[in-house]
Design a protein around this ligand. Structure first.
Ligand code: ADP
Length: 516
């Protein structure tokens, strides 16, 4: 009881809050009891408080390993405002500042030290830190230690070496917003956590509406959907896409800026600032943008291309609506996204990555509640299968049997001997008279023109379903070729069924409208 009171008093006194959020009190109590912890909380869940509060109550200097310079500075500034002796050690310090900081550490003047992982093995630091008591070592963004995660940082591996370099092993508290089982287990293993207390809290972001769109023309969709006055982020998979989407938006008069790793540092910084201060409310960026950015009023996060796994998707999408206001996350999906990703994976031949990619593709095709799908993926308890707040629940998607269509497409691919790409297959099915078709004698195939009443987009969509369900596969070095798989034989010969979802309320872009 006494401890609880003390915690609440400290919470109020330093942070000004009346109550803890889900998971905070449990994590703090365990840390104070000397237990290692792994806290898995979504972005904005309130992770910082879980280690800042114990740091205040413990004797000695708490070390916080953090990968982000900007975040470090923000946190240290706000801790200092609260009257807490905080400092950071990273590449931004000059020699004079570094030596001053080392003295401050030695004299016990620092309560919380934020440190970049690259600095852990710095000799000045090690010699200073050995002279003080370090009760707690915090590993923020702990997924960076895992090669399974999307933000692997080799320098994080130095964290566990620090235990031996310090006189006494501190309590270790790791935090992340990445919730997959493999990454969690890898964090426990790599950080050598000792019988840690683990907690996963509120991943569901109830103010976000999850939407998957399959527009025939993504740019046109974006131009009609984008609100020029709202803050939005548009994620693209490549720098080239970032440049071209940004250019088109700028031409249409949107106050848009851009961010990718290929831009000079100064330009990246300036663009980021313009976005953060709403001078340019629209940001077009690769996934290099966003980690550690705390902009609360982002109303929509678009994905112009499908990311390679649900973890990346959820982390990027989660940058919408941090203020709790209604916000949308919209994935603009096209079959091309599958082809590109499948092709990339076929080169690396990484089973794990392929598995994750397939889960991402299924997200784009599933009929299930999208929120439930994500919760299930992260191993959370599913609150409802009917959230009424995602494009599947709102559009009442239904299954349509496309077995007959699938048979025609698959037998066409067999006859084309797996030597052609998706566009040629479509042209043959439609009975196109283009030179590229007649020249190769493709107009002589039995399946030529068998699906002439289907639009390009409708056929593309169905081929997408067949790739997603692994009736078709994408192979090739430079040019993606489409071939049938073993599984396809069941549909061709044994009367297997293929289903595809389509929405009852058509938007005009959904493929199923044009079929049948
Ligand atoms: P994370 O590190 O998990 O992304 P933060 O630690 O930055 O999230 O917290 C997000 C926001 O929530 C911050 O503005 C913080 O001040 C606020 N916050 C944290 N804990 C509480 C609490 N117990 N009560 C109210 N607000 C809180």
């Amino acid at each position: 009881m006494e401890v609880r009171e003390q915690l609440h008093k400290t919470l109020k006194k330093y942070f000004g809050y009346d109550s803890f959020r889900e998971g905070q009190e449990a994590l703090i109590t365990q840390i104070l009891n000397g237990k290692d912890v792994l806290g898995i909380m979504p972005t904005s869940g309130g992770k910082s408080l879980c280690y800042q509060l114990p740091a205040l109550l413990l004797d000695g200097m708490t070390i916080v390993v953090s990968p982000l310079l900007s975040l470090m500075k923000d946190q240290v500034d706000s801790l200092r405002d609260m009257g807490i002796a905080a400092a950071y050690l990273n590449s931004s310090l000059d020699r004079q500042e570094l030596l001053q900081l080392m003295d401050d550490i030695r004299y016990g003047n620092i309560k919380m030290l934020y440190i970049a992982p690259e600095r852990i093995e710095n000799e000045y630091f090690l010699s200073a830190v050995r002279q003080v008591n370090v009760p707690l070592l915090v590993v923020d963004e702990a997924h960076c230690i895992s090669q399974w995660g999307s933000d692997f940082r080799p320098s994080y591996q130095g964290v566990a070496r620090l235990y031996d370099l310090l006189g006494k092993r501190p309590v270790v508290a790791a935090f992340t917003a990445t919730a997959t089982k493999e990454v969690q287990e890898d964090i426990l293993f790599q950080l050598r956590l000792q019988q840690p207390f683990q907690i996963v809290t509120g991943f569901d972001r109830s103010n976000l509406e999850f939407i998957v769109e399959k527009p025939a023309d993504k740019m046109r969709f974006l131009l009609s959907d984008l609100n020029p006055n709202d803050s939005s982020i548009i994620y693209c998979s490549t720098r080239k896409n970032v440049e071209s989407v940004h250019k088109k938006l700028a031409q249409k008069g949107f106050a848009a800026t851009l961010y990718h790793a290929g831009l000079p540092e100064a330009e990246r910084q300036a663009n980021q600032e313009a976005f953060l201060h709403d001078r340019k409310p629209v940001m077009v960026a690769t996934n290099a943008f966003g980690m550690g950015i705390d902009k609360s009023n982002v109303r929509t996060v678009y994905h112009y291309n499908m990311p390679k796994n649900i973890e990346s998707y959820y982390q990027e999408a989660g940058r919408a609506g941090r203020d709790g206001e209604e916000s949308r996350v919209i994935l603009l999906f096209s079959v091309q996204d599958i082809i590109i990703n499948k092709l990339l994976n076929s080169k690396t031949n990484d089973g794990e990555a392929t598995n994750k990619l397939n889960k991402m593709i299924n997200y784009c095709y599933t009929n299930q509640c999208l929120r439930a799908y994500i919760q299930e993926y992260f191993g959370e308890v599913i609150a409802t299968q009917d959230c009424q707040h995602c494009s599947n629940c709102l559009n009442k998607a239904e299954q349509k049997d496309i077995t007959e269509e699938a048979q025609k497409i698959l037998s066409c691919v067999v006859r084309m001997r797996g030597r052609y790409g998706i566009q040629k297959i479509i042209s043959v099915l439609q009975g196109s008279k283009q030179k590229g078709i007649t020249d190769y004698g493709l107009d002589k195939l039995k399946t030529y023109g068998q699906m002439s009443k289907y639009s390009d987009q409708a056929l593309r969509e169905m081929i997408g379903v067949l790739i997603a369900d692994e009736y078709l596969q994408v192979v090739g070095d430079q040019y993606p070729l489409v071939q049938v798989t073993q599984k396809a034989l069941s549909v061709l010969k044994e009367g297997g069924k293929v289903a595809m979802s389509y929405a009852l309320e058509e938007t005009g872009d959904r493929a199923a409208k044009q079929t049948g």
